[in-house]
Design a protein around this ligand. Structure first.
Ligand SMILES: [Zn+2]
Length: 445
């Protein structure tokens, strides 16, 4: 990219020193030390997508300081496209295919961190400086991290979390992720030991630190606990007469839909969700309520519920508190810059903690009443880490949300669908590279 004159898409030079000054507070021994002004930070992303009747693992990278970070076509660069049908596992469940692929990716990035790329003066051809590139964050959904880092602790196991030793509480309730009392024993285990049995390839990236594996708020909240929250709250409000007009539950959901759409329109928020129904609230099954909607819909519904319950008393303070605090802590993070101010950071901790505690109280109250409401899934625990993580840099957790990466993923899969299954892995890359110069030219910098 540099040889083709695309350096300007890779970073904003004026922001690099400040970026590293902040980030190195988290990683004081990072080998970038002393070369901050000529070091470009990058994020590695991975996810599986569907095409040609199968799953494909795509890895791409994105410059942390890209000047066009919110245009996925000009800031996300595909590395590989691996058919899941090719996966080979060893007896420990390690995905050998992905380990081999990520070993090659690691070697390539390590060369960029150690040897770097010389920048030449276009007139004289002399070397002006050597740019180095470093992976500073690795993100994707939880399943991707599990696959790529061969976690022994994962959402489907008794020990759920790669950051600590909390459990589902089957053997000892004190170790359960639902125990968020400050004396919970798992809190003393955060980042104390490796979550894998066999060291994964990417753990030997230059400057690697386990804290670089990021929680993706899109999957943890907007496609996870946030959807549980919205559905349980709406179900509580629509179950009985009072808050929304209507004689039957269906009528009350109908008037809630009208209010939601009016709110979205008045606040210029895009809503894909057309109606609130018993079907998309998972009301009639024996499952816990979950709003079947897109990630952005959760953001809008949460914001609307917060407005609904803070302007009109619903007679349930706990319910009003959970909706307000969820919306408030997520909204402050999404509006904050890459590194949060002290006030924003404190807001995240205190209001986020209020959300976690009030949600747990509602879950426990529902359990006592024998109601299937307020599902507590392991993703809830990832939100605990988002709220309470110790990070001197105050790096905004929403920086590692994958909204734009999901957008890029859709594009990779669209390309794959235009190829033949047998040659898809190589053709997808070729077509991506062919289309890239025009994409970059299309954006004004
Ligand atoms: Zn944990």
């Amino acid at each position: 990219m540099i040889n083709l004159g695309h350096l300007k898409y890779l970073t904003q030079f004026d922001k690099m020193e400040g970026y590293w000054r902040n980030l190195l507070k988290d990683y004081p021994d990072h080998p970038v030390l002393g070369q901050e002004a000529t070091s470009v930070p990058l994020t590695l992303y991975g996810d599986e997508g569907q095409a040609l009747g199968g799953s494909w693992m795509n890895y791409h990278w994105c410059p942390d300081l890209s000047p066009c970070i919110s245009t996925s076509a000009c800031s996300r660069f595909l590395i590989c496209c691996i058919p899941a049908s090719m996966y080979v596992f060893d007896e420990n469940g390690v995905n050998l295919t992905l380990q081999a692929a990520t070993a090659a990716i690691r070697d390539s990035f390590n060369e960029l961190s150690t040897t770097g790329v010389p920048i030449l003066d276009p007139k004289t051809g002399e070397r002006v400086l050597t740019l180095k590139f470093w992976i500073t964050n690795i993100k994707g959904d939880w399943k991707f991290l599990h696959q790529t880092f061969s976690f022994q602790r994962y959402a489907t196991f008794e020990e759920v979390c790669w950051m600590c030793r909390c459990t589902k509480g089957s053997n000892d309730a004190a170790w359960s992720f639902t125990n968020v009392h400050p004396t919970a024993p798992w809190m003393a285990t955060i980042y104390q030991d490796s979550p894998w049995l066999v060291q994964p390839s990417l753990a030997s990236l230059q400057g690697f630190n386990l804290k670089m594996l990021a929680v993706d708020i899109l999957h943890a909240f907007h496609l996870g606990c946030g959807r549980d929250l919205c559905a349980s709250a709406i179900r509580m409000l629509a179950s009985r007469p009072g808050h929304w007009q209507g004689r039957t539950q269906e009528d009350r959901l109908q008037s809630a839909t009208v209010r939601l759409r009016e709110y979205a329109k008045a606040n210029k928020l895009t809503l894909t969700l057309r109606r609130l129904t018993k079907v998309n609230l998972t009301w009639e099954s024996s499952e816990y309520p979950e709003l079947r909607c897109k990630g952005y819909d959760t953001f809008v519904v949460c914001k609307w519920l917060s407005a609904e319950l803070t302007t009109r008393d619903c007679g349930d303070d706990l319910l009003a508190t959970v909706c307000w605090s969820a919306d408030s802590f997520v909204r402050v993070m999404s509006k904050a810059g890459m590194f949060m101010t002290n006030d924003e950071w404190r807001h995240k901790i205190h209001v986020g903690h209020l959300f976690l505690c009030s949600y747990l109280q509602l879950a426990s109250r529902a359990l006592q009443r024998g109601e299937r409401l307020w599902r507590l899934r392991p993703k809830f625990h990832l939100l605990w880490h988002v709220v309470h993580e110790h990070r001197s840099s105050q790096l905004n957790p929403t920086v590692n949300s994958t909204w734009m990466d999901e957008d890029a993923m859709k594009r990779w899969m669209r390309i794959t669908r235009m190829t033949h299954k047998r040659t898809a892995a190589i053709r997808t890359l070729q077509r991506f590279l062919l289309g890239l110069p025009a994409k970059l030219r299309s954006i004004e910098l």
